[in-house]
Design a protein around this ligand. Structure first.
Ligand code: PDD
Length: 282
């Protein structure tokens, strides 16, 4: 892989940032992840737009504008020599100027890296499936200081969810919020098919670009969609479930808390949307 640090392209293993950078020391940071598939970015504009919006919300000003970042990313992927890549952009508050605590005086930092494409489940484009649990020991709580719609490094709840999933013999947690509504998991949005309708939560989650893509495909194909709050009972009644992420696309969830979803096989709506998703990369 390759990284972009302090205006230079370097091998990812040689990339270094300051230990004083507040992105590292204070989680004062936002990021985005875009996929390159067979040599082409997938929905780069959407990702750059979301990155810009996240920066604006946090009053971060990366030292490059959108067009410059796009050019950096193209060059980065070229220098990585990867055909399919996981490309992350990061903007941090930066290193505090000596003696200053006024965030307006900080020079914000921009970093990026490209590594081989990351799969949340192996072979998600063809055969991979997920075994999910509803997390019991941890909730996705949108504390006022962390807006889940802004991509952030506050993964403590998501990581605790991962521990719970693995401790219970599964791999993928789904976190509820304090009201018992379904939210998301570590790096993915969640969908269910129930009563012929595609359900996905709207609030308190990252507005995934993969999620948006799936909603557009469903609309184009006349699949009824309901975007809004629902509880775990709707998941247990669902005949199909899947997760969406830049890292893996549309990923079927075939068990929930150890019980099969539907007949335990990848359902027709999930299969259809997975095929449509990867066809969009052609
Ligand atoms: N994660 N929810 C969370 C908390 C995420 O971190 C992500 C993406 C998603 C899916 O969003 P998208 O479809 O835009 O990738 C949902 C990236 C891939 C990551 O952190 O690796």
């Amino acid at each position: 892989g390759a990284a972009y640090v302090d205006g230079a392209f370097v091998p990812v293993g040689e990339a270094r940032i300051s230990i004083l950078d507040t992105g590292f020391s204070r989680s004062d940071v936002t990021y985005d992840v875009v996929a390159v598939w067979n040599g082409a970015f997938f929905r780069l504009e959407d990702h750059l737009e979301r990155f810009e919006r996240s920066c604006r919300t946090l009053r971060l000003s990366p030292p490059y504008d959108r067009a410059e970042i796009a050019r950096i990313l193209v060059q980065l992927v070229r220098s990585s020599r990867l055909r399919s890549a996981y490309v992350e952009t990061i903007c941090t508050r930066g290193v505090p100027p000596p003696g200053s605590r006024d965030p307006r005086t900080f020079e914000n930092s921009f970093f990026a890296y490209a590594i081989p494409y990351v799969w949340i489940v192996p072979d998600a484009s063809t055969t991979g499936t997920m075994d999910a649990v509803i997390a019991r020991t941890v909730q996705r709580i949108p504390v006022t200081s962390v807006d889940p719609t802004v991509k952030n490094f506050h993964w403590a709840d998501l990581t605790r969810g991962l521990y719970e999933a693995y401790d219970r013999g599964a791999t993928h947690p789904i976190l509820l919020d304090a009201d018992g509504n379904v939210t998301e998991g570590p790096g993915y949005n969640v969908f269910a098919v129930s009563d012929g309708t595609l359900l996905t939560p709207a609030a308190g989650v990252l507005e995934g670009i993969t999620r948006r893509t799936v909603l557009e495909l469903a609309e184009a194909d006349g699949i009824p969609v309901s975007v809004g709050p629902f509880g775990e009972d709707r998941l247990r009644d669902a005949v199909e479930m899947f997760a969406t992420s830049t890292a893996g696309g549309v990923m079927p969830i075939v068990t929930l808390d150890g019980a099969p979803i539907g007949d335990g096989a990848v359902g027709p709506t999930t299969r259809h949307l997975r095929e449509r998703y990867w066809a969009a990369h052609a």
